[in-house]
Design a protein around this ligand. Structure first.
Ligand code: CMP
Length: 444
C-alpha cells in the first residue's frame, strides 16, 4: 500500500495537476477548433487517458486516513473509494468519444462525410465528460496549497490567477462555439478574438467591438457578465474584509517582521531555514493576524482569561473526543493551562528518545508518528492528542512526531497533566487506556 504522504504520491499529484490542466485547456479548444486527433494530439490524448486510469488504480492502492487513523486494508479502501470519487474518476477516464468514433470504423477526418454534423458534434462533445476531473483538480490544488512550496499568500494569488485564466479560456471557447466571431480569417485569430471578448466581458470592461448578434449569444454574454461580476465581487469582498481587519494588526506585524528580518540578516542563517521562519510568521499572520494568543491572555485578569480561553479554545474542546462529556471543571482547568504552538510542514515536534515534559492536543493540522527508524506508523489530526505515553510512564518518547502541514497544537505541561489525572480518575483511565494501546503499537 502507498502511504498518502509518500513522495511518490506527491509527485503523482503534481503529474495529475499538469495532465488535468492540459485536458481542461485542450478539450474545449479542440471542440471549437475542430482539429482532428492525429499525431501528437493523439499521443497526448492517450497519455491523459492512461494517467487517469492509472490514478484509479493508485487510488485503490493508497492507504487512507479516517478519523486520524491510517487504514491500509484494501477492502476498506475500495469501499470508501467506490462510494466517493470513483464514479467521477471513472467517467473522466473512459474515452467515450474515441471508443464511439473508432467503433464506426472510419478515421475521424472522414466522419464528416458519413454522419450529420450535429451527430459528429455530439460525439465530440462527449469529451467534455473529461472535465469532470476538474472537481478533483480543485482538491489537488487545495492540497498543493498546504505543502510548503511557496509563501501561502503567493500560492493563493497563483491559484486565483490560474482559475481566472482557465475560466477566461472556457468562456472564450464558448463564445467561439456560439459563432460569436464570424468573420475571422483563420481559426487562431478566431480563438484569440474569443479570449479577448471573454476577458473584456468578464472584467465588465466591454469595449463593445465584439457584440452578440442573436439571442443565444446575448444570453451567453449576460451569463458571462454575471460570472464576471461574481468574480469581481468575490475579489472586492475579500480585499475589503482583509483591509477592514488588517490595518492595526498589520502595523504591529510589520514591525515584528522587520525585527525578525534584521535578526535573520545579522545571524546569516541558511536560506532554507530563513524561508521556514518567514513561512511560520506568514502562517501566524494568515491564521490569527500575527497575534500571539498566549501573551495576550497573560495580560488579562484571571476571570477574563478564563472566558477568553474558553471562547478561543472552543473549537478544540468540541473536537476532542476524550473531553466529550467531561466535567466542566476539568475542561476549564485544561483550557487555562493550554499553551498554543504552531508548527510548519516538516517541523519535528519532538524526536524518539527525547525526555517528555508535555502532552499535545491537535486543534488543526495533521502530524505523522514515526518509529525509531523514521517509518511512519500513524497519522493524527484535528481533535487527537499525543505525547501522553512518556508522561504516564516516566519514559522517553516512544516515537518521533513530525508536522505534515501547518499545525495549531496546544501543549499541556507535565505538572498540570499529573494534577489533572490525580483529580479526575475517569479522564485518567481513558488516557491510560489509549496510552497502553499505543505503547503496545496496536493503535494507529
Ligand atoms: P510519547 O511516547 O510521549 O511520544 C510519542 C507519542 O506518539 C506517544 O507518546 C503517543 O502519544 C504517540 N504514538 C506512539 N505510537 C503510536 C501509534 N501507534 N499510534 C498513534 N500514536 C502513537
Amino acid at each position: 500500500m502507498i502511504h498518502p504522504a509518500h513522495s511518490f504520491k506527491q509527485t503523482w499529484e503534481l503529474i495529475l495537476i499538469i495532465v488535468t490542466t492540459y485536458a481542461s485547456i485542450e478539450v474545449p479548444l479542440r471542440l471549437v477548433m475542430g482539429y482532428p486527433a492525429t499525431g501528437w494530439i493523439l499521443i497526448l490524448d492517450i497519455i491523459v487517458i492512461t494517467v487517469f486510469i492509472a490514478d484509479i488504480v493508485i487510488n485503490f492502492r493508497t492507504s487512507i486516513v479516517v478519523e486520524g487513523r491510517l487504514i491500509s486494508d484494501p477492502r476498506v479502501i475500495a469501499r470508501k473509494y467506490l462510494s466517493s470519487w470513483f464514479i467521477v474518476d471513472f467517467l473522466a477516464a473512459v474515452p467515450f468519444d474515441l471508443i464511439l468514433i473508432h467503433s464506426l470504423g472510419e478515421p475521424e477526418a472522414n466522419l464528416a462525410r458519413l454522419i450529420s454534423p450535429t451527430l459528429l458534434r455530439a460525439l465530440r462533445m462527449l469529451r467534455l465528460i473529461r472535465l469532470l476531473r476538474l472537481v478533483r483538480l480543485a482538491q489537488l490544488l487545495h492540497r498543493l496549497g498546504h505543502r510548503d512550496l511557496l509563501n501561502p499568500a503567493i500560492m493563493r494569488l497563483l491559484f486565483f490567477g490560474f482559475w481566472v485564466t482557465l475560466i477566461g479560456h472556457w468562456v472564450g471557447c464558448g463564445w467561439v462555439a456560439m459563432g460569436g466571431i464570424p468573420d475571422a480569417p483563420d481559426q487562431i485569430t478566431r480563438y484569440v478574438r474569443g479570449i479577448y471578448w471573454a476577458f473584456t466581458t468578464l472584467t465588465t470592461v466591454g469595449y463593445g467591438d465584439v457584440v452578440p448578434n442573436n439571442n443565444h449569444q446575448t444570453v451567453f454574454a449576460i451569463l458571462t457578465m454575471i460570472v464576471g461580476a461574481g468574480m469581481y465581487g468575490y475579489i472586492i469582498g475579500n480585499v475589503a474584509h482583509l483591509l477592514a481587519n488588517i490595518d492595526v494588526a498589520r502595523a504591529h506585524f510589520r514591525q515584528k517582521m522587520e525585527t525578525v528580518n534584521a535578526f535573520l540578516r545579522y545571524r546569516n542563517l541558511p536560506s532554507s531555514l530563513q524561508e521556514r521562519i518567514r513561512n511560520y510568521y506568514n502562517y501566524l499572520w494568515e491564521s490569527r493576524l500575527g497575534y500571539d494568543e498566549f501573551s495576550f491572555l497573560k495580560d488579562l485578569p484571571r476571570s477574563l482569561q478564563m472566558e477568553v480561553a474558553l471562547s478561543v479554545n472552543q473549537d478544540i474542546l468540541e473536537k476532542m473526543p476524550i473531553l466529550r462529556g467531561a466535567p466542566a471543571s476539568l475542561v476549564r482547568e485544561i483550557v487555562l493551562s493550554l499553551t498554543p504552538q504552531v508548527f510548519t510542514p516538516g517541523d519535528m515536534i519532538f524526536q524518539y528518545g527525547d525526555p517528555g515534559q508535555e502532552m499535545y492536543m491537535i486543534s488543526k493540522g495533521t502530524v505523522e508518528v514515526l518509529d525509531r527508524d523514521k517509518n511512519s506508523i500513524a497519522t493524527l489530526s484535528d481533535g487527537q492528542f499525543f505525547g501522553e505515553v512518556a508522561l504516564l510512564h516516566h519514559a522517553p518518547r516512544n516515537a518521533s512526531l513530525r508536522a505534515m502541514d501547518y499545525c495549531d497544537i496546544y501543549s499541556l505541561d507535565r505538572k498540570t497533566f499529573e494534577e489533572i489525572l490525580e483529580r479526575y480518575p475517569d479522564f485518567a483511565s481513558s488516557i491510560q487506556a489509549m496510552a497502553e494501546q499505543r505503547r503496545g503499537g496496536k493503535q494507529s
